[in-house]
Design a protein around this ligand. Sequence first.
Ligand SMILES: [Mg+2]
Length: 212
Amino acid sequence: MPLIVKAVVVDLDDTAVRYIDGLNGFYSIWAEQGINRELAEQATLELCDEFCFTFENMIARLRRHNPRIDPPALLRRLNTWFAENLQSYPDTNHYLTAWLQEKPVIILTAGNAEFQWPKLRSANVPYQEVFFASPADGKARYLHALMRRFGTPIAFIDDQGENLDGIRRHGMTAAEVITFLMRRPDLPQKLGSRHYHHVVRDFCEVNRLIQG
Ligand SMILES: [Mg+2]
């Protein structure tokens, strides 16, 4: 029997949107600037952990490795790569728009708002509200607040098993938050999860389970 959910909470990266070329183009732009992939990946991870990833901050952090970097020119290249490569999945707009007719659709993304907002706009992702969870906060506390606001059950869709496991670790049951592990077929396999989640390939599969 289809489940009736009070709200749908959706992760952004690799769930609703993706980069067409993965991050290969992004790292090759850095390589052309004399910054090898290892350094660029490390800076990306650090900035994400510090909740302040933007292209500007990454340039500021890495330019000491190559004094010939021209920040404005590099920023233009990175922004062009971003605009040409960020895309929503073909099912995203259709299902999020349909769900929005009946219930709140909340985007819950881990990342700095300054960098995440342009993704939402550029990929034209439909939503009612957006929350930006810092790595320190995690996503569970937002789910808790949304549950109190909208009632249960709530559907939560994310490509990171760790984010979904966090919901169970914080005591929210499968009757309260129905968790969907998004496994987009075009992306490399990720780590598994400790708890059970519905594994789906797209929002169409989610829709079959949550329509009431
Ligand atoms: Mg994600």
